[in-house]
Write a protein that binds this ligand. Structure first.
Ligand code: PBG
Length: 324
């Protein structure tokens, strides 16, 4: 045999020399759930190890994540049912939970990149990402000004990057214009461009109690069977001014991630979503999988498929492992 593939695998030293992709702590973004109250910490049942934290605990957590070398966080609020309405009014209340917490994080850890979520669902009495008409239709164009207003309020509170996760058409352009008109020319847009109508979001909706009251999200989120359509969405968002694009979910969509990373001329993020986290946790709790090994293997797979950054609930633990 002239050629033996195994020669390049004979020792850890050689394997590390020929390794093509490297996972780094600086690739990771940690999603955090914020709740009302003081010193409140409640575990999400379907996401063991992940907690809803009240404001001052979130600030503490952000300090810790930054000390681990994690460059950014993405924030989601658990809003009281009594504050939800059809137009997500609470989302631009400067004294509301979300904006207050953003200001507190910015003051405490100014270097940490704060990424905010732009969509109606956590604040919506309908549990949809857009405005719902009386006959149950999710109205695109009526939603856009609400998203713009939410984005500007988040930027004013200190968001470094706003991340529209709503999948309305034309939102990136409207948000870009609104940010610029209000002087936030340096606030970036991370567009959830290829976001699929996925059942893997289940635990997230438990965490925020944000599941749709009626119907599903299939008229705005993408059909899991499509990949060409993902490229179209990515190209549209880039042409509307997106600074970064995202593929979501992650592990079941690595082919989409690869395709997007090949055509995108802006950085590509992937969201390793709540259901993916829950699967690995549950298997590990049963003793069926080696948790640390499957997490590192999964996160490396995102790098191999072309991700520049990874939103993952494993970020905190991974950073701790990599520090040692
Ligand atoms: C809502 C939003 C969702 C997630 C992030 N933003 C859920 C949804 O679209 O229903 C899911 C994240 C996860 O599952 O971890 N705009």
């Amino acid at each position: 045999m002239l050629i033996r593939g195994r020669r390049n695998r004979v020792s850890e030293g050689i394997r590390s020399l020929v390794r093509e992709h490297h996972l780094q702590v600086s690739d990771l973004i940690m999603p955090l759930f914020i709740c009302e109250g003081i010193n409140k910490k409640s575990e999400i049942t379907s996401m063991p190890g992940i907690f809803r934290l009240s404001s001052e605990l979130i600030v503490e957590e952000c300090r810790y994540l930054y000390s681990l070398g994690i460059p950014g966080v993405v924030l989601f609020p658990a809003i009281d049912d009594t504050k939800k309405d059809k137009t997500a009014t609470e989302s631009w209340n400067p004294d509301g939970l979300y904006l207050k917490t953003i200001r507190a994080i910015k003051a405490a850890v100014p270097e940490l990149v704060i990424i905010t979520d732009v969509a109606l669902d956590p604040y919506s009495s309908d549990g949809h990402d857009g405005f719902v008409s009386d006959d149950g239709e999710i109205l695109n164009d009526e939603t856009l000004p609400l998203l713009a207003r939410m984005s500007v309020a988040q930027a004013r509170a200190g968001a470094d990057i706003v991340a529209p996760s709503d999948m309305m058409d034309g939102r990136v352009e409207v948000i870009r214009q609104a940010l610029d008109e209000n002087g936030f020319t340096n606030v970036g847009i991370l567009a959830y461009s290829a976001k699929y109508a996925s059942a893997f979001y289940g635990p997230f909706r438990d965490a925020l109690d944000s599941a749709p009251k009626k119907g599903d999200k299939k008229t705005y989120q993408m059909d899991p069977a499509n990949v060409r359509e993902a490229l179209r969405e990515v190209n549209l968002d880039i042409s509307e001014g997106a600074d970064m694009v995202m593929v979501k979910p992650g592990l079941p969509y690595l082919d989409v991630l690869r395709a997007v990373s090949e055509i995108s001329d802006v950085p590509v993020a992937v969201y390793n979503v709540s259901g993916e986290y829950a699967m690995l946790r549950a298997a590990a709790q049963n003793g069926w999988l080696d948790y640390k090994k499957v997490v590192l293997e999964s996160l490396t797979a995102f790098k191999r498929a072309g991700a520049d950054m990874i939103l993952t609930y494993h970020a905190r633990e991974t950073a701790e492992w990599m520090k040692k």
